[in-house]
Design a protein around this ligand. Structure first.
Ligand SMILES: [Mn+2]
Length: 247
């Protein structure tokens, strides 16, 4: 199994396509084809904040239609799902950009995407166990004691939001513990969610969210090689959005 696992895209569809092509993929009848039989995979949060969330969704729907979708949902995916269901959710933290794109579409197309997204989201497991359990893709990570579980509020909260303490920082962001520093599992965990300047390999984990939507770069983790490829962001730099976990 050879995978290219993409970090948080957040509507940066142009950077995504640049990286996708750089890796050697091309589209054939709506399916990604790679000369070495590689497959794309995603740590989630493909939408919100960036300029082209709808294009990104259409790409993912095409992958899903082709039976090729490997996608681990993130907190933004979950919130967009609740919005699509008609639940009351606050249009902030990036959801407002996706909603503005949707609102600019003809009503028929908007309704199609709404229904298609609900089907897409409901088909997603909370995280992916691949390569016979040796590889895990979970949006915000997963500690060893939750690996193998398929539900429950602790698992759900962890994979979507990370190891949150319930406290918030002065700017409103939740305080998160550095779970990866203490990870003791045998499975290699690929995750995103917390923007870092460089992919952070620690213990048997890697954070591949290099903050493309905040002016960093879009990164992909190649598996089983465990090497990284990136393309530069085309978005304005927002240095305050990057985490500075020690080590
Ligand atoms: Mn996230």
């Amino acid at each position: 199994m050879k995978l290219d696992i993409f970090g948080d895209i957040h509507g940066c569809f142009d950077e995504f396509m640049e990286l996708f092509k750089k890796l050697g993929y091309r589209m054939e009848n709506g399916r990604p084809v790679h000369p070495d039989g590689r497959k794309p995979a995603f740590v989630g949060d493909a939408t919100d904040r960036g300029p082209k969330s709808v294009d990104m969704l259409k790409f993912l729907f095409a992958l899903d239609d082709a039976g090729d979708l490997i996608y681990s949902p993130g907190n933004h995916c979950n919130k967009l799902y609740r919005y699509m269901l008609g639940n009351h959710v606050q249009l902030k933290h990036g959801l407002e950009t996706t909603v503005a794109e949707l609102d600019a579409l003809p009503a028929k197309e908007r309704e199609h995407i709404r229904r298609r997204y609900i089907k897409f989201y409901e088909s997603l497991p909370l995280y992916r166990q691949l390569d016979g359990g040796k590889l895990i893709i979970a949006h915000a990570g997963i500690p060893e004691e939750l690996i193998g579980r398929t539900g429950g509020s602790r698992l759900r909260t962890f994979v979507l939001y990370g190891d949150i303490t319930g406290e918030t920082l002065p700017d409103g962001r939740p305080v998160r513990r550095d779970w990866a520093k203490h990870y003791k599992g045998n499975a290699f965990v690929v995750y995103g969610h917390t923007p870092v300047r460089e992919c952070r390999f620690i213990r048997n984990t890697v954070n591949i969210d290099t903050g493309c939507v905040f002016g960093g770069k879009l990164s992909v983790l190649r598996y089983p090689e465990k090497t990284v490829e990136s393309v530069a962001s085309r978005q304005p730099d927002q240095p305050g959005k990057f985490s500075h976990f020690p080590g």
